[in-house]
Design a protein around this ligand. Structure first.
Ligand code: FES
Ligand code: FES
Length: 163
């Protein structure tokens, strides 16, 4: 089967990968780029464990062909840390709220939450639940996950308002 080069921006750096044209974006990011936060859960777009941001929007990378990433901007969990490697506020909130157990679902939940915590307007718990509905967790239960997202969102809005 044919190989092709794909050039895209991954976590702020332009990268070129030589990939089998049948590869999924999750295969490229985990296999070629070595980004272990990308989890292979169901591999059919049902669980959200492989969620990354593509041009700012969450996608299940297991059902997104790697060749479609040409020219796109990809953000994964690894891209949330600061230059010194310190984890982001949303990652810390997941720890603080006990929203992590086995951790398989966690990177996907965190990436799905980025548009929520970066929004100008606060989302209700109901709205948060709706926006993360494509992500499944088998161990933690969703209350703590929603609380972690809600707290980070409120913190970010307060920071923007200088409070
Ligand atoms: S591994 Fe991609 S949605 Fe489940
Ligand atoms: S923490 Fe185990 S699946 Fe969510």
């Amino acid at each position: 089967m044919a190989n092709r080069e794909v050039t895209c921006t991954v976590n702020g750096k332009q990268r070129t990968f030589l990939i089998d044209v049948r590869s999924s974006l999750s295969d490229m990011l985990r296999g070629n780029a070595g980004l272990d936060s990308i989890k292979h859960g169901c591999d059919v777009g049902e669980c959200g464990a492989c969620t990354v941001l593509i041009d700012g929007r969450p996608f299940n990378s297991c059902i997104y062909l790697a060749i479609w990433a040409e020219g796109k901007t990809i953000l994964t969990l690894e891209g949330l840390s600061d230059v010194k490697g310190a984890i982001s506020d949303i990652q810390q909130a997941f720890i603080d709220e006990g929203a992590v157990q086995c951790g398989i679902c966690t990177p996907g939940f965190i990436m799905a939450s980025i548009p929520i915590i970066e929004a100008e307007k606060p989302a209700s718990r109901e709205e948060i639940r709706r926006q993360i509905a494509g992500n499944l967790c088998r161990c933690t239960g969703y209350e703590n996950i929603v609380t972690a997202i809600e707290k980070t969102q409120k913190k970010r809005i307060a920071e923007k308002q200088g409070r």
